[in-house]
Design a protein around this ligand. Sequence first.
Ligand SMILES: [Fe+2]
Ligand SMILES: [Fe+2]
Length: 285
Amino acid sequence: MATTSVQQKPLKCVDEWDDFIANRYREGKKHSEFRIYDEKSDPSVAEFYRLNHANQTLQFVLEKESQYNPLQKGKKSIWEAANYLNTLIDDSDPDTDLSQIEHLMQTSEAIRKDGHPRWFILTGFLHDLGKVLCLYGEPQWAVVGDTFPVGCAYSDQIVFPEYFVNNPDSKNAEYQTLYGIYEPNCGLDNVHLSWGHDEYIYRVVKDYLPEPAHYMLRYHSFYSAHRHGAYRHLMSPHDEEMFQWVHTFNPYDLYSKGSAKPDMKELMPYYADLIAEFFPDEITW
Ligand SMILES: [Fe+2]
Ligand SMILES: [Fe+2]
């Protein structure tokens, strides 16, 4: 059915979602303004969230976890993955939009300018590499979008919460209590979040980076928690402590896009060294 494929790809490119988020949380915007902004947002973004909220069920997430978490997509260097991600075709104007690698480098360069440690700079460079899921054939709604726990009640702090009515889990009473299938303060490691690029890149690089990087990568799209304070009832004291790193990371992801285009050629040797310091030539994806 022709309409299905259109609906499965409502965004011109996945960056459209990142731009939506950056505008939603534009510096200085008040909490009360978010919803008005969401209502007026681009119809393609609304359609994207309609699909995301309808299809991210607990069962879907469990399937994707068992498909991708064992890392069976072969070996690739970080550079190969970054170049591969750069082939993500973007229907918007190539002159004005940043390539995927440029967004990664803008993020990491902003982190570097603020004098943060090398592992933190590298985390900035890696944070969106999980978007290669798009190139594996996953629909946009299973790659980007705010992430949220599945198997328990949806927070009204999630963007477009009204779209959850179309999710089959919303009719499952067991999944709609506050804790759902989880125990109070069980820790986020025991919670299944909607599937996307955060969890995938965390799985791929976790053995090479310190724990704060794990949190930054794994929860950078979990806006209802890190921006709105939702789901504290599932978080452990350790999660609460580690979320300071998610908070520290988030502005670099959101607000570095306005800065100058990174000079790839000039920066390449620095990043080659940085990657070689933490990673072997190839890692398993
Ligand atoms: Fe991201
Ligand atoms: Fe990003």
